[in-house]
Write a new protein. Structure first.
Length: 144
């Protein structure tokens, strides 16, 4: 079964929490953990991975926290996916076609390639800024 792993889902939540505040504002990890329901066991590793990918900045100490390293409109779901899971690869044959016994005549590899490109394109078109805007709209609807 192909599905988004739990760490990636939590990473998107972390990024949404940051995007929900003015750009450049730092949030505490405790605030993010409580607001977005991210277990502590996952949060530290996710923050480290997002920081390594340069999607967030981290600030230690009592006045520290984390903040986005780019505007929400510049950060895509693909950026987050690849920070947590690495490059999107739906089949090993796309990376190493020569290892497939049918590599010269494989009728499936082209289909996998098209599917992978479509997924990459979709992940590149959705930004954290867009998702933050959608979240605010949904929250406003539930308040009415």
């Amino acid at each position: 079964m192909m599905r988004i792993n739990r760490r990636t889902d939590y990473a998107v939540r972390v990024m949404l929490a940051l995007a929900d505040h003015p750009y450049g504002e730092r949030l505490s990890t405790r605030f993010i953990r409580e607001k977005m329901l991210v277990p502590r066991a996952f949060l530290e590793r996710i923050i480290a991975e997002l920081s390594k990918a340069r999607l967030i900045l981290t600030f230690p100490g009592p006045n520290g926290g984390i903040q986005l390293n780019a505007r929400p409109e510049e950060i895509t779901l693909r950026n987050i996916w690849e920070a947590i899971e690495g490059p999107l690869l739906i089949s090993d044959c796309l990376q190493s076609p020569e290892e497939c016994p049918l590599h010269e005549n494989c009728p499936v590899r082209d289909c996998w390639g098209k599917l992978q490109k479509a997924m990459q394109r979709e992940l590149e078109t959705v930004t954290i800024g867009y998702l933050s805007h959608e979240l605010k709209k949904k929250q406003a609807l539930h308040m009415d």
